[in-house]
Design a protein around this ligand. Structure first.
Ligand code: SF4
Ligand code: SF4
Length: 678
C-alpha cells in the first residue's frame, strides 16, 4: 500500500452521487443544432476554418488553434454550417461569444480517421502534435490545453505523472462512470502519457468513495506498471495542488506550477480522449456529462456531442421545470447558475445540476463576520479568507495579491463553512476578475505607448531619409546642370547656346517659382490629408487590436478597413513627397544657375578650340556622339519626370526637347555618312 498524505483544511459535504450512477452511460444522440463556442479552453480562441453553407463531416476541423496556448475545434457530427456568429454561452455573466453553428444532417458521417498502431515508433513531438490537433483540453476543470501541459521544458525532470480520478465535488459522477465503463481506454491513454513524459512513476489517483471504479482500473492496469492509488474522501481532493500533496507529500509553491516540483497532472477524461486521438485518430467531439438533481426524473450520465444544448439533455433526462429553482453548470460548490437552458455543453461541462429549492436553497442573507476563523480552518490553500474578504470589500487589490489571492482555487469551502453565510468565494472571484481586467488595461495602455513611440520614431526616420534624398537629388541636379551645359550643341555657336540655355533656365525657374506659389495651396491640402488619414489609421488599428483581443468576428472587416486607410495614407504621403521634391529641385537649380552658366561657357570655348584640329569626318562623328548622349539623357529625364508625376507643362517641354534632339541626331548621322564618303 502506498503511503498517502493529507492537505490542510477541506470539508465533507453530502455527496449525492448515487442518484446518477444507477444506469450505464447513455448516448445522448444527435440534436438538430449544435452550437460550438470558439473558446472552450484557456488561451486564445480558435479561428473559424469554415463558412456558412459549408458541408462538414463528423470529426472535420472547423476551428483552427490560434497561438501556442490554444486548441482546435472539430465538427461533432456531419451537417451544414448554419452560422458563424455570437451566441449565448455557458458563463455566469450570460455573455455572448463567437460560435460555429452546425445544422446536423442525421447521417453522422465520419471523416477518414487514421490511428497509430504503435505510437512508440512516433517522434515525441509528432505524438504531442497529434494530441494538440485533436483539440484536447483539460476536461476536469478550467480546460487548459493538454499538449501545452505536456510540453514540459527539458530541464524540468518529471518524477511523477498523476492521472486525476478524484471527482470530489458532490453530485458529479462523469469520471466515475467513465472509469467503471472505459477503464481500458483510460489506461491506454495513461500509457501514452507515460511514454511522452517519461516519469519515474505514474499514479492513477481515485478517492475511496468509488470502489467500483478502483476495481476496474486495477484490473485494466494489471501488468502495465501504472499504480492505482486510493485515499480518503474529502473535498476538494480533486484540486490539482491538493491531489499532488495527497499522493506525493510535496506542495506546489505559491504562484508555481506542478512541473516546478517534478509533477504533471492530467484528468481521467483527458487520458481517455488522448487514447482516442492517438490510437483511433479521432478528435475530441464528445464528453461524459452528469445530468442530476431533484428536478430530474432519471439522473444519469450521458455521452454528449459538444455543442448540444442543455435543454436537449435535460429533456432526455426527464426534466421537471416546476421542481427546479435554478440550473447549474458544474457542481454545487464550484458550478455557476446559467442564464438560459439553451447554452451549449462544452469540453469542460462535467455536470448539469437541476436542484429543487429544498435541495439547494437560495442562500440566506449574509450576516456580519463573527471572526470565528472557520473559513481559515477549512481552506485547502492555507489562505486567510477572512482577511481577504475585508480587502476584497475595500478593493485593496495590492493587499489581496500579497495574501496570495491567486492561490485560491475557488473551491467554496470557506463559504460553505461560514456561519454568517458570507459568500466569500464570490468576493474572491470578482476581485480576481477585476485585477485581471486592470492588468489587461495596463498592458493595453503600455502597448499603445510603445506603438506611439515606435510611430514617432518611424516618422522621424522617414523625415531624415527624405532630407537625405533631397540633398542627394540637389547634388545630382547641380552635377547634371554642369555636364549639360558642357555638352552644348555643336552646330550652333556654343558660347551663344550656353548663354541662351542659362537664360532659358532662369525663365523656367521663374515660371516654376510662380507655379510653386500656386502649388502652396495644394501642398497645404495634402499635408492636411496626410494628418487626418494617419489619425484615421491609428483609430482603425486600435479597433482592430481590440477586436482581435476579444476574438470578435469583426476582425476581418476591420482588417480590410485598416488596409484601405493605410493605402490612402501612402497615396497622400507619396503625392506630398513629389510636390516637395519638385519644389526642392527648383530651389537647387536657382542657386547654382549662375556658376553653371559660367562653367558651360568656358567648357564650350575649350571644346570649340579642340574641334578646330579635327577632320570633317572626325568632327561629324564627334558631333553625332554628343547629340546621341544628349538625346539619351533627355529621354531619361523625361521618363523620370513622368514617374514623378510632374506638371504637364514640364513634361511637354521635355517631350519637345527629345523630339528636337532626335531630329538632330538623324541629321548628324547623314552628315557623317556624307563626310566619310567625301
Ligand atoms: S467563517 Fe465567516 S464569520 Fe467566521 S471568520 Fe470567516 S468570514 Fe468571518
Ligand atoms: S475558496 Fe479559496 S479561500 Fe475559500 S477555501 Fe477555497 S481556496 Fe480557500
Amino acid at each position: 500500500m502506498r503511503k498517502v498524505f493529507d492537505f490542510h483544511g477541506g470539508i465533507h459535504p453530502p455527496e449525492n452521487k448515487q442518484q446518477s450512477l444507477q444506469t450505464p452511460i447513455v448516448k445522448a444522440g444527435i440534436p438538430p443544432l449544435l452550437v460550438l463556442p470558439l473558446s472552450q479552453h484557456i488561451g486564445a480562441p480558435a479561428v473559424p476554418a469554415v463558412a456558412p453553407g459549408d458541408r462538414v463531416l463528423k470529426g472535420q476541423l472547423i476551428g483552427e488553434a490560434r497561438g501556442f496556448v490554444s486548441v482546435p475545434l472539430h465538427a461533432p457530427t456531419s451537417g451544414t454550417i448554419e452560422a458563424v456568429e455570437e451566441r449565448q454561452i455557458a458563463h455566469p455573466s450570460g455573455h455572448r461569444a463567437p460560435c460555429i453553428v452546425i445544422r446536423s444532417d442525421g447521417l453522422d458521417e465520419w471523416i477518414e480517421c487514421r490511428g497509430i498502431e504503435d505510437y512508440t515508433t512516433l517522434d515525441k513531438s509528432d505524438l504531442l502534435q497529434r494530441i494538440r490537433n485533436a483539440g484536447i483540453a483539460g476536461m476536469g476543470g478550467a480546460g487548459f490545453p493538454s499538449a501545452v501541459k505536456l510540453a514540459v521544458q527539458p530541464e524540468k525532470k518529471i518524477s511523477t505523472l498523476i492521472i486525476n480520478g478524484t471527482e470530489c465535488e458532490p453530485y458529479i459522477t462523469a469520471d466515475d462512470a467513465l472509469m467503471r465503463e472505459r477503464a481500458e481506454q483510460i489506461v491506454s491513454g495513461a500509457m501514452i502519457l507515460r511514454h511522452l513524459v517519461e516519469p519515474e512513476e505514474t499514479l492513477l489517483g481515485v478517492e475511496d468513495n468509488k470502489p467500483e471504479a478502483i476495481a476496474t482500473l486495477l484490473t485494466a492496469a494489471q501488468g502495465t506498471g501504472l499504480e492505482v492509488v486510493s485515499f480518503p474522501t474529502k473535498y476538494p481532493s480533486g484540486g490539482e495542488k491538493q491531489l499532488i500533496e495527497i499522493l506525493t507529500g510535496k506542495q506546489v509553491p505559491s504562484g508555481g506550477l506542478p512541473a516546478d516540483i517534478g509533477v504533471v497532472c492530467q484528468n481521467m477524461g483527458s487520458a481517455a480522449a488522448i487514447h482516442d486521438a492517438v490510437v483511433l485518430g479521432r478528435p475530441l467531439i464528445s464528453r461524459i456529462t452528469t445530468v442530476t438533481g431533484d428536478a430530474i426524473d432519471q439522473p444519469q450520465n450521458f455521452e454528449v456531442l459538444l455543442g448540444t444544448s442543455m435543454a436537449y439533455l435535460l429533456e432526455k433526462a426527464g426534466y421537471r421545470a416546476e421542481r427546479n429553482n435554478r440550473l447549474v453548470m458544474g457542481g454545487p460548490m464550484m458550478g455557476f447558475t446559467v442564464p438560459s437552458p439553451d447554452v451549449p455543453v462544452v469540453k469542460t461541462t462535467n455536470c448539469i445540476l437541476a436542484p429543487s429549492e429544498r435541495e439547494l436553497p437560495t442562500p440566506p442573507p449574509a450576516q456580519a463576520c463573527i471572526r470565528c476563523g472557520m473559513c481559515a480552518e477549512v481552506c485547502p490553500a492555507s489562505l486567510l479568507p477572512q482577511q481577504m474578504f475585508w480587502f476584497a470589500q475595500g478593493k485593496e487589490f495590492d493587499k489581496l495579491e500579497q495574501h496570495n489571492l491567486f492561490d485560491c482555487i475557488e473551491c467554496g469551502a470557506c463559504s460553505y463553512a461560514c456561519p454568517s453565510n458570507i459568500p466569500l468565494v464570490q468576493y474572491y472571484r470578482a476581485s480576481k476578475a477585476e485585477i485581471l481586467q486592470l492588468r489587461r488595461d495596463h498592458e493595453k495602455s503600455e502597448h499603445s505607448r510603445l506603438r506611439f513611440e515606435a510611430r514617432q520614431e518611424r516618422l522621424e526616420r522617414e523625415e531624415r531619409e527624405k532630407a537625405e534624398k533631397r540633398a542627394a537629388r540637389k547634388k545630382a541636379a547641380e552635377a547634371k546642370a554642369k555636364q549639360g551645359t558642357a555638352n552644348g550643341e555643336a552646330e550652333e555657336d556654343p558660347i551663344q547656346a550656353a548663354i541662351e540655355r542659362a537664360k532659358a533656365k532662369k525663365a523656367a525657374q521663374q515660371s516654376a517659382a510662380d507655379a510653386q506659389g500656386g502649388s502652396e495651396g495644394e501642398r497645404e491640402k495634402l499635408e492636411k490629408a496626410v494628418v487626418s488619414t494617419r489619425k484615421r489609421l491609428d483609430t482603425a488599428i486600435a479597433k482592430l487590436e481590440q477586436a482581435q483581443a476579444e476574438g470578435s468576428d469583426l476582425v476581418e472587416a476591420l482588417q480590410t478597413g485598416v488596409d484601405k486607410t493605410r493605402l490612402k495614407l501612402e497615396t497622400a504621403e507619396t503625392a506630398l513627397a513629389a510636390l516637395q521634391n519638385s519644389s526642392d529641385s527648383t530651389t537647387a537649380e536657382s542657386t547654382s544657375s549662375t556658376d553653371a552658366a559660367q562653367l558651360a561657357i568656358e567648357k564650350a570655348m575649350a571644346a570649340r578650340a579642340a574641334e578646330a584640329d579635327l577632320s570633317p569626318a572626325e568632327k561629324a562623328r564627334a558631333d553625332l556622339e554628343k547629340l546621341e548622349q544628349r538625346l539619351e539623357k533627355s529621354r531619361a529625364k523625361l521618363a523620370q519626370s513622368r514617374d514623378a508625376g510632374d506638371e504637364e507643362k514640364i513634361i511637354e517641354a521635355l517631350e519637345a526637347t527629345v523630339e528636337r534632339l532626335a531630329g538632330k541626331v538623324e541629321q548628324a548621322r547623314q552628315q557623317l555618312q556624307q563626310a566619310e564618303s567625301a
